[in-house]
Design a protein around this ligand. Structure first.
Ligand SMILES: [Zn+2]
Length: 318
């Protein structure tokens, strides 16, 4: 009986996964037709960047050509994350002009202590005005210089609570604050809408409980070329149906050898991350997981849709 139940469960999972892949396939086809006539030749796998920052001052001035590069590299969707009140409007504006870009607004833990008095009211108002908007980048960070964890927790709590009430998947940044993160989130868990632990670097023994709580995990192209055995073991523990790829561009570029789109900060001359280098994440994961890119990419695409839904699809309010 138990065996029969297990095979029924896996059959249902198989059908569900097949349906998501079909949805991903048709969405990719529709998106390709909707790319404003920009050539998309030379691409084989449609890719989805779970996390980047188009309004970052290092790339915002060049964003039209950067977005064209992304499209020509086969990127068919992405989540554009804001980091604070200063870039919410810019992120929403970029997303409103491009149906394949999903906006996410929130206050990053680095800016939590300096958040102005009126931030919460303005944030709620923008969420009300943009029903398809996601929540991010929010979180906790004990690795930053002089962290004000009290302020971080207060700002995170307000945002997480809103994400839970509105059933919007939040994108979460957490560095060395896993205990505190769990303390702040436990009353909301499990979250049916899911949430993203971006650039996941938490302890491997927590993967199962975060998965049961609704977590998805994204890995960044900046790790391409790195083959640390313990890191690989950890990544292999993430259930495949919860895995996503991201760039976090313009932050943390991949090694030069893995980059096809070199980009430099005009002010400092430092190398920065071009989001079209998302391919580096795909190639690296393909090696680590032993899966051909042609199989890996549709799976990652269906995970992206499973968490974030479809472009411009408003999420239901309770
Ligand atoms: Zn980020």
């Amino acid at each position: 009986m138990r065996l029969r139940r297990r095979s029924l469960d896996s059959y249902i999972q198989y059908i569900g996964r097949y349906i998501l892949q079909l949805i991903a396939y048709f969405s990719q086809a529709v998106n390709t037709m909707n790319m404003n006539g920009i050539s998309t030749h030379g691409t084989s796998s449609a890719l989805y960047d779970a996390h980047f920052h188009p309004a970052d001052i290092r790339i915002s001035k060049e964003i039209p050509s950067i977005l064209q590069d992304m499209i020509q590299s086969g990127i068919r969707g992405c989540v554009a994350n804001a980091t604070g009140e200063h870039d919410w409007d810019a992120v929403l504006e970029i997303a409103s002009a491009h149906a394949w870009i999903r906006p996410a607004i929130g206050i990053h833990p680095w800016w939590a202590a300096g958040a102005g008095n009126g931030w919460y009211r303005k944030w709620i108002q923008l969420l009300d005005e943009h029903p398809g908007c996601l929540i991010g980048e929010i979180g906790l960070d004990l690795a930053m210089r002089d962290p004000d964890i009290h302020a971080q927790r207060e700002v995170f709590r307000l945002q997480m609570s809103e994400a839970a009430i509105r059933r919007i998947p939040a994108t979460i940044h957490c560095i060395r604050a896993w205990k505190e993160l769990h303390e702040e989130m436990k009353t909301f868990l499990p979250l049916e809408s899911g949430f993203l632990l971006h650039s996941f670097n938490g302890p491997s023994e927590s993967i199962e409980s975060w998965t049961n709580a609704g977590a998805y995990f994204s890995v960044s192209a900046c790790e391409a070329g790195s083959y640390n055995p313990s890191r690989i073991r950890l990544l292999k523990q993430i259930p495949f149906e919860r895995l996503l790829i991201e760039t976090d561009a313009p932050n943390r570029p991949p090694p030069e050898a893995c980059s096809t789109h070199p980009l430099f900060d005009r002010d400092t001359g430092k190398r920065i991350h071009h989001p079209a280098d998302l391919h580096a994440a795909l190639a690296w994961l393909s090696q680590i997981l032993g899966l051909p890119e042609s199989e890996l990419a549709p799976g990652l695409a269906s995970n992206y849709f499973s968490l974030f839904g479809h472009q411009n699809a408003p999420r239901l309010n309770p």
